[in-house]
Structures are given as C-alpha cells and as structure tokens.
Design a protein around this ligand. Sequence first.
Ligand SMILES: [Zn+2]
Length: 165
Amino acid sequence: MSDDVRFCSRCGGPMAMRRIDDHVRAVCDRCGFVAYRNPAPAAGVILVESGSVLLVQRKFEPRAGMWTLPAGFVEYDEHVEECAVRETKEETDLDVVLDGLFGAYMAMDDPRVRVVLLLYKCHRVGGELRAGDDASDARFFPLNQTPQEIAFKAHEQALEDLRRR
Ligand SMILES: [Zn+2]
C-alpha cells in the first residue's frame, strides 16, 4: 500500500499522499520524489498432458496448502520467459520449452502485491515430476477435476479459460 510509504527513499524526508496524474501517490515534501507503485510481473506455465494440467501445492504463505499453476515473480535481471521456465523447474523439476503466450492476467488478491501474470503454453522436454523446495506437491489434474482450493483468482480464471479452449 502506498500509504505505508512514510519516509522518502531518496532523502529520508516525510512522505505525503497527493493526487498526481489522477492517482493518489506518496510524494516527498522535502525533495519532491514520487514513490510510484506498479504491479509486480510474474510468469508461469500451462502444461497439459493427456487432458490433465500441471499444478503445484503451495508450501509457504500466503495461501499455504492451496494450488496454483507453476509460476513466480520475475527476477530483475531475467526475461519473463526465462522466469516461466525457471519457476517450473524449481517447483516441479520439469524442463519445459515454451509454446507461446496463453494469456495475461491481473492478480489483485495476492496480499503481498498486485501482480501482472503472464502464462505461457509449454511442453515437457525433460525432468521427472516431483515437488520442488517451495512446493509441497506437484501433480497433474484432469481439467474437469482440478482442486477447489486454487490460491489466486487469476490462476482460477486461467484454468477456466483453459477448459473453454
Ligand atoms: Zn525526498
């Protein structure tokens, strides 16, 4: 939340909420620095094999125990497509090659940050399925039998879109 930006990251001065470009933003009263807030980019994959989609069970909060598509936040120095492949490897130990963009989603219900989620179609080229360090389980579900407990609405929406295609 921008209202918890209380001190300027540039000069340490007090921040105040002001309306700029039609948005309420935190602005430094001393040096004029504006703390712009942007959603964080994340990337993940949709891997379907024999009518079943790959999901991972979250090991950590938020939403520990719930299921998501393999996905995670883009590192500052990596391409969004590299992120999708890396996160899949980390969470499921599968090596995948991307087959193009499946869709772009906005996740507004992650308590940490709002997220722009890019999901890619992909296929497996190696690895053996097992849950990685930050997943407690990773497995394929028939498209019409995915778990009720999907961690984020954007992932749920993507699964609905997938069923319709
Ligand atoms: Zn300042």
